[in-house]
Design a protein around this ligand. Structure first.
Ligand code: GDP
Ligand code: MG
Length: 828
């Protein structure tokens, strides 16, 4: 019987996983091995994916994938299957020799790396130990890079590295490869294997791989508080003795047990020379093959390898691509590989399962055996709350509405709640500029400060509260575990686009900032899906675009601002969907990635973690203000200020003087004088602006931009916004602030200036149609420089960075053109 045929609530035992390749490997690692019990949580007819519970955690599979798993319904299964795995648990001790780390003890320094499953609490532990304030996300793979922290403990200077979360350290996903490379190349003195006590069986699988690697490590039994609360008992000391690894219970959320953990790390470090090493016993057939390979390695003079010999032997039998490549690079490597292949086939013919599965089964057997002696479950189900909530948010009918209401709420709050602090900051900024205006002597410096710095940076800084609100929402979604559910209900839709439910996570993160979102595409396993996700991520309106949206929506559509925002975000999403389909069709054909995704239990985010996240973001935003945006504003100001055209200005001043003279001679009336003077003032401003460097640049590109409805000022602001999209607002701020020469007029806000701006023919510069065309252009064109660099980094070549520039800017032009031209036919 196949797993997909089981109905809601039915239980079964796994017999075999069919299929091949990535899917099979991943699903074996996740614990779908012979003899494991599985229960169906959610399998409604026609519903895809299906939710299962295996080894006390929840996982979702697509129906087509569940068809690959052969099961025996539980009433038919004997307990024999489960006892068989128990027997596999045998320990052997070997002398440990040849340790590579003996030279790093000088100056009492220790480097420590954190390795463990996603959501085991590595980042929390890292933060607590190092006192860092990094954000923690609550779905698999949020840590895409390693982070380093430093602190002192018991006279040691400890360097701690937070690595990405993985279920195993085979070299299958980029993250797994990253972790393995880190262990091999950086040789941390001690590894801390963070194990979630709420899910021991799957977490300890990774531990077996560390044992295979003969790594020097200790186990942090994290989330010990949850274990205690559940009433289950775990003799962790006993298990620690069996596997030869110290186990220290911790609660990294509260920081309990962390000091003891690092005591154990130091103890481990100090007795490195003497320590015994445990190995996992894989059964006769496999062990024979391993010993033969080890003997052959000795004969071939392979005693100083990057990896321990036993590990190389195991991985060769498993046909691990990374190790195969490594061995190929050695002299006589191919001989060894050929031998290993022969032995792997021998194992397969005897055990009637492929070598990879044989190893995975044995490892799970080892873990199950160890736990059988030390772990006692009481019958209660700690997941009742999670399951009740999941019934709602993943429901076929109300799942989507809940998601959209949540999104809509996010944008409404961003605009409405954000508008209060925004007003305060705005009046602060204008107070400051009025004060400076009255206080400073006229001159270039005054103009630079008021028009350049305050006009530019001030225009953008008012949006800080809105950005914080968006981040608070995203951070809540990540930390609570809702994001994984959103990915779950989106899988079907994403699948239609040729993507994976997991691609949804980077896309939502894109609403915050495209750069980490592009980096988060690493968690998507298939390269094709990853590339597509990366290329469509820039269509997600990041928070840098928000100031532009808010300014224009608030100025020209004040009544429907929330709706306009929602519309823009939605347009971005629609474009992403369409582009994904096009890319899938023409650029990245074939290969679908398996959908195996863990649904972490809901955890209410601590206010502290949300606050830390918001504080991080405000710091980043303020730094951006002081950096890119300040520099860009000053440059734009210089370009509007120079050249000064002294002779032309003098000529116009001369004419003003003549008017004043005629007025003094009573040749013209007061009204006539006022009118003529202001006309000349206007000509002065206009001449100066249009002939400034920026004016010339604007006029230069104007022919290309005119069909979209943009005059030279709008065009220039778009040009200036390439490093960061907020700069569009500051550039407009600088250009428009510079316009106002009349000292006595009440100071206008940028909004007033935009509204009152007219073209040479007297029509308003911004009609609703121009604004829509402009907002569309801002949404779509050139993702910022940092995003391009990130795309280059993740895709490994400039080609895709370049592609993204051309594609997005081209698309922006075409769409804005269409909207403006077609709209003009109807509106005028
Ligand atoms: P990572 O993916 O391994 O880096 O895990 P995180 O550090 O991001 O933690 C995942 C979630 O588990 C967060 O919501 C943490 O607040 C929570 N968490 C971490 N450690 C503990 C713990 O010891 N006890 C409890 N109850 N929750 C924890
Ligand atoms: Mg993490």
């Amino acid at each position: 019987m196949r797993l997909s045929e089981l109905q809601n609530g039915e239980k079964a035992v796994i017999v075999k996983v069919h299929g091949s390749g990535a899917f099979r490997k991943r699903i074996l690692e996740m614990g779908f091995v012979r003899g494991k019990a599985i229960e169906v949580l959610l399998n409604a007819p026609l519903k895809d994916p299906i939710k299962y519970k295996i080894m006390d955690y929840e996982v979702s599979l697509r129906r087509s994938e569940a068809q690959m798993v052969e099961v025996l319904p539980q009433n038919l299964a004997t307990t024999e299957d489960e006892t068989k795995v128990h027997e596999a648990f045998t320990l052997r001790q070997e002398n440990f020799a040849d340790h590579p780390h003996s030279d790093s003890a000088d100056g009492k320094k220790i480097t420590v790396a954190l390795v463990g499953n996603p959501n085991a609490g590595k980042t929390s532990l890292f933060n607590f130990a190092s006192g860092a304030h990094e954000h923690v996300g609550n779905y698999s793979g949020v840590t895409v890079n390693s982070k380093e922290g430093y602190f002192k403990h018991k006279g040691y200077q400890i360097t701690i590295v937070d690595l990405p979360g993985t279920y195993s350290i085979s070299a299958y996903t980029p993250e797994e490869l990253y972790v393995r490379r880190h262990i091999v190349n950086n040789k941390p003195d001690v590894i801390i294997n963070v194990v979630a006590a709420s899910n021991l069986e799957r977490n300890l699988y990774l531990t077996t791989e560390l044992i295979d690697m003969q790594a020097s490590f200790v186990i942090a039994l994290n989330m010990y508080d949850e274990l205690q609360k559940s009433g289950n008992t775990f003799e962790y000391n006993q298990l620690g003795e069996m596997i030869g690894v110290p186990i220290v219970p911790t609660n990294s959320r509260q920081g309990e047990g962390i000091a003891e953990l690092f005591d154990a790390v130091i103890a481990r470090f100090e007795q490195q020379e003497k320590r015994k090493h445990v190995t996992i016993y894989y059964g006769n057939t496999i062990e024979n093959a391993i010993s033969k390979l080890c003997i052959q390695m000795d004969k071939l003079n392979m005693s100083h390898l990057q990896f321990p010999q036993r590990y190389v032997a195991i991985k060769l039998l498993e046909r691990d691509a990374d190790i195969l490549r490594y061995v190929q690079s050695l002299s006589d490597g191919n001989l060894l590989i050929a031998n290993a292949e022969e032995m792997a086939q021998h194992i397969e013919s005897i055990q009637k399962e492929d070598a990879e599965a044989a190893f995975t089964n044995a490892r799970y057997g080892y873990v199950a055996g160890g736990l059988a002696e030390t772990y006692r479950e009481v019958g209660t189900n700690p997941f009742l709350m999670t399951q009740a909530l999941d019934k709602m948010v993943t429901n076929k009918y109300i799942g989507f509405p809940i998601f959209f209401i949540f999104m809509w709420l996010m944008f409404e709050c961003t605009f409405r709640l954000g508008s209060y602090p925004m007003d305060w900051i705005e009046s602060g900024v204008s107070l400051l500029s009025d004060w400076l205006r009255g206080f400073m002597a006229d001159g270039m410096l005054k103009d630079l400060l008021i028009d350049g710095v305050i006009g530019g940076v001030g225009g953008v800084i008012v949006f800080l509260p809105n950005i914080l609100i968006i981040y608070a929402f995203i951070s809540f979604m990540e930390d609570s575990g809702y994001m994984a559910r959103a990915a779950f209900i989106m899988d079907k839709a994403m699948h239609k686009m040729g993507l994976h439910g997991k691609s949804f996570i980077p896309l939502v993160m894109g609403f915050g900032c495209n750069v980490p979102a592009v980096m988060a595409t690493r968690t998507v396993e298939s390269r094709n899906s990853r590339m597509i996700t990366m290329l469509i991520t820039p269509f997600m309106s990041c928070s840098a675009r928000l100031p532009v949206y808010l300014l224009f929506a608030g100025t020209f559509f004040p009544e429907q601002a929330g709706l306009v925002l929602f519309g823009l975000y939605f347009t971005g999403i629609a474009l992403a969907v369409i582009s994904a389909r096009v890319f899938k069709r023409f650029l990245f054909r074939g290969e679908d990635s398996p959908f195996v995704m863990e649904l972490p239990p809901y955890r209410f985010p601590t206010t502290k973690s949300v606050a830390i996240h918001m504080w991080e973001k405000s710091k980043q935003y303020l730094r951006k203000m002081g950096g890119v945006i300040l520099v860009a504003s000053v440059i734009v100001w210089f370009l509007t200020y120079f050249p000064t055209h002294e002779s032309e200005m003098a000529a116009l001043d001369n004419q003003i003087a003549q008017v004043e003279q005629s007025f003094a001679d009573k040749a013209i009336s007061q009204d006539e004088r006022d009118e003529q003077v202001s006309e000349f003032e206007r000509q002065k401003r206009k001449y100066h602006q249009e002939n400034s460097y920026i004016g010339r640049a604007g006029h230069f590109i104007e022919p290309v931009m005119q069909p979209l409805g943009f005059d030279w000022k709008i065009s220039v602001s778009l040009l200036a916004a390439m490093p960061a999209k907020e700069v569009a607002v500051s550039a407009l701020g600088v250009i428009y602030t510079g316009e106002e020469e009349d000292e006595n007029a009440p100071s206008q806000t940028l909004q007033d200036r935009l509204r009152n701006d007219v073209r040479t023919d007297g029509t308003p510069a911004f009609t609703p149609l121009v604004v829509v065309s402009f907002l569309l252009f801002v949404l779509i064109y050139f993702p910022c420089l940092a995003t391009i660099v990130a795309i280059k980094g993740e895709s490994g070549s400039w080609r895709w960075g370049l592609f993204s520039i051309v594609f997005s800017t081209g698309l922006a032009w075409i769409l804005s053109f269409a909207v403006y031209q077609i709209g003009s036919c109807f509106i005028n």
